[in-house]
Design a protein around this ligand. Structure first.
Ligand SMILES: *[C@@H]1O[C@H](CO)[C@@H](O)[C@H](O)[C@H]1NC(C)=O
Ligand SMILES: *[C@@H]1O[C@H](CO)[C@@H](O)[C@H](O)[C@H]1NC(C)=O
Ligand SMILES: *[C@@H]1O[C@H](CO)[C@@H](O)[C@H](O)[C@H]1NC(C)=O
Ligand SMILES: *[C@@H]1O[C@H](CO)[C@@H](O)[C@H](O)[C@H]1NC(C)=O
Length: 225
């Protein structure tokens, strides 16, 4: 009888004190692994909100496919630019032209894939900046490294695997944050401009490989309300 009472008391102790403590610590652990999309609202995203830019003299299906939820975009260094008189390098890009913004806190999310060999290419950009710049942020790939423009290496090797990309642009604060695989990786300053939009795909840069490809799935545009 005494033993039973002692057991009841220890169970009581476990449930009264130990269990809430365990629950508290697991909540704490969850809170520490903050998802970059927390506090953001996902906006509708379908073909009404984007447009495929590709070499002007080719039909879109020569440089872009959308199969099983995967956008595949490719381009060759010898391809033409997006319009006849454009001085820009070749590209095949998803231009999210349905969500141009000039204020607020916006976020791009997508899962990217870059095959081994693709190099010297911009795979994601926040378009719009004060001249002489055209973009506020570029994520590029050089020899397998994911970089901020041609400067900072964000991830040393991204070839042949899916990686999650979250880019947050706070226009008023003139700040951008990059999360790779959910981990805060890089912060950059804004570069001015009064109309921005997100793009992803392949936009060739100096030192480009002959063939360039990136794939994207789960693309989302989100906004802090
Ligand atoms: C895209 O989504 C918008 C908003 O939900 C809707 O009005 C529009 O009809 C959709 N367009 C297509 C092509 O699905
Ligand atoms: C968004 O801006 C681009 C230029 O940066 C423009 O070409 C496009 O038409 C704009 N989209 C909308 C819906 O206004
Ligand atoms: C990419 O391909 C080259 C040539 O086949 C190979 O040497 C290299 O190890 C590959 N890199 C990765 C990260 O798979
Ligand atoms: C990439 O690798 C090639 C061949 O090894 C080299 O010539 C080039 O300088 C490298 N580019 C960068 C940006 O590291």
């Amino acid at each position: 009888m005494k033993q039973l009472t002692e057991m009841a008391i220890s169970y009581h102790l476990i449930f009264r004190f130990f269990l809430p403590f365990l629950l508290y610590t697991s909540q704490l652990a969850t809170a520490c692994s903050i998802d970059p999309t927390d506090g953001f609202v996902e906006l509708p995203f379908n073909t009404s909100f984007y447009h495929i830019q590709k070499p002007f003299d080719l039909p879109v299906d020569q440089r872009y496919s959308f199969v099983d939820g995967v956008h595949k975009l490719w381009v060759y260094s010898t391809d033409n630019p997006l319009s006849r008189n454009s001085p820009t390098m070749p590209r095949t890009e998803i231009m999210i032209n349905g969500y141009n913004y000039s204020s607020g806190v916006w976020q791009f999310e997508g899962y990217g894939f870059v095959p081994n060999g693709t190099s010297g290419v911009c795979i994601m950009q926040v378009f719009g900046a004060s001249p002489p710049h055209a973009s506020t942020l570029m994520l590029r790939v050089y020899n397998g490294s994911l970089t901020y423009y041609r400067a900072n290496v964000l991830v040393p090797n991204v070839y042949d695997r899916w990686f999650r990309v979250n880019v947050i642009h706070d226009v008023a604060a003139s700040k951008l944050k990059v999360y790779i695989d959910g981990v805060f990786t890089f912060e950059a300053a804004g570069r001015g401009g009064n109309s921005h939009h997100f793009k992803c795909g392949v936009y060739s840069q100096i030192g480009d490989s002959y063939y360039m490809e990136s794939r994207w799935k789960g693309i989302k545009v989100l906004k802090q309300m």
